[in-house]
Design a protein around this ligand. Structure first.
Ligand SMILES: [Fe+2]
Length: 204
C-alpha cells in the first residue's frame, strides 16, 4: 500500500490524497449517502469495449442531493482544487446532481480505465469503507503512456494501491492515469462520491 506524499499537483501524472471537507460537512454528506443507499440501482457493463466510454464494472449508484451538489460545485471545494493544482476548475456534471457509488455486493468493482475527456481532474471521496480486503483504488501513474491492454497484461508493474479513509479525497488526472477499483469482499461495503472537473480555460 502506498501513501501519496505530494501536497500539490504539478504534472498530469501526480496524485494526492487530502481532506476537502470539514467534519460537519462530511457528516452531512455521509448522512445523505446513507439516506440514498436504499434507492441505489445497479450499473453494470460486463463486456470489454475499448471504444465505449464506460469501463467494465458492476456497482450500485444513486443520485446525490444538496449536500453532494454543494460539495462538488461549492466555492470552498473549487478554491481548494485551485490551491492544490494552480488552475481553476469547473465541476462537470451530466445533470443537476452528482452520484454516489455503492460497492456493497460481493465483488462489486470497477475495471481498469481512463476517464473520458470530460474529466481532466477527477476527485474521488471516500464516504465509508468497511474493514476487510477489496475496494482499493489502484492507480498506474508511471504507466500513463501505456495502453490499457498492456497494463492488463502486466498489472503488477507500477501499480499504486490506495485505501482512502472516510472523508479523504483522491485527486488525480483521470483522463491521463489509468485506474481501477478492486472487487470488494463479501460483507464489505464501500461508498464513494466521484466527481469530474474541467479546467476553466477549456470550458471558456
Ligand atoms: Fe474513473
Amino acid at each position: 500500500m502506498t501513501t501519496a506524499t505530494l501536497t500539490r499537483i504539478h504534472t498530469p501524472t501526480d496524485y494526492l490524497v487530502t481532506r476537502l471537507l470539514t467534519d460537519a460537512e462530511f457528516a452531512q454528506l455521509r448522512a445523505e449517502a446513507l439516506a440514498q443507499m436504499p434507492l441505489a440501482g445497479t450499473s453494470i457493463v460486463d463486456t470489454l469495449n475499448p471504444d465505449a466510454d464506460s469501463p467494465v464494472h458492476c456497482l450500485d449508484t444513486a443520485r446525490g442531493g444538496p449536500a453532494l451538489t454543494a460539495f462538488f460545485g461549492g466555492t470552498t471545494t473549487l478554491a481548494a482544487l485551485e490551491r492544490l493544482t494552480g488552475r481553476r476548475w469547473q465541476w462537470k456534471h451530466r445533470s443537476e446532481y452528482g452520484l454516489y457509488n455503492y460497492y456493497r455486493e460481493p465483488f462489486h468493482f470497477c475495471g481498469l480505465h481512463r476517464d473520458t475527456d470530460s474529466s481532466e481532474l477527477t476527485v474521488v471521496t471516500c464516504i465509508h469503507h468497511d474493514p476487510g480486503p477489496g475496494g482499493e483504488f489502484v492507480l498506474f501513474p508511471d504507466r500513463a503512456g501505456d495502453t490499457l491492454a498492456a497494463i492488463r497484461a502486466n498489472p503488477d508493474r507500477g501499480a499504486v494501491t490506495l485505501r482512502l479513509a472516510p472523508g479523504e479525497s483522491l485527486i488525480f488526472s483521470g483522463r491521463t492515469v489509468p485506474h481501477a477499483v478492486t472487487p470488494v469482499a463479501p460483507g464489505c461495503v464501500r461508498i464513494t462520491a466521484p466527481a469530474c472537473y474541467l479546467a476553466c480555460e477549456e470550458t471558456s
